[in-house]
Design a protein around this ligand. Sequence first.
Ligand code: THU
Length: 160
Amino acid sequence: MKTEHQLHIKYNVFNSLTDLPEKAQNLMKQAITTREKAYAPYSKFKVGAAVLLKNGQTFIGSNQENAAYPSGLCAERVAIYQASTQYPDEEIEMIAISGSAQDPTAHPVSPCGACRQSLSEYETKQKKLIPVYFMGAEGEIVQTESIKDLLPFLFDGSLM
Ligand code: THU
C-alpha cells in the first residue's frame, strides 16, 4: 500500500526593504552592507548575513573563500557561529541574508542546505522559532517564520 502526502510551507514576501518591520529592516541593512565586504574572489558571489540576539546584539558574517574551494565558509555560518560563541545562552531572534552575483540580482537568495542544517540546530536548541529573511541585492524579501520551513524532513538528532 502506498499513501501520498504533501507538505506545505508558509512564507511571506515583502516588496521592498521599507515594507519590513523595523527590526528586520535594520538587520537586513546590515546584511547588505556586510555582503559588499565578502571575500569571494573565486565564485564572485557575495553573501552577507546578520543575526539578531534577544539582548539586542547583532552578529554579522560574509562568505569567506580560499583557493581550496570547499574549505571556505558561508556568510550565515560565519555569523551564527560567532553569535553562539560570544553568547551561547542568548536567544536568537532572527536572521537576515542578502546574496548577489556581480550583476546585482533581485532574486531572493536562500541559505544553502548546509546552512539550513546549521541554523536549525540553534532553533532546536533554544526551542523558539528563528524567522529568516532573505533577498538578493535588491527587490523582494522572502520571510519564513522558522528555519525549519526551509528544511523538510530535517535530521534533528532526535533519533540518535
Ligand atoms: N554562499 C553563502 O555564503 N551562503 C549560502 O547560503 C549560499 C552560498 C557562498 C558560498 C560561496 O562562497 C559562494 O556563496 C558561492 O557558492
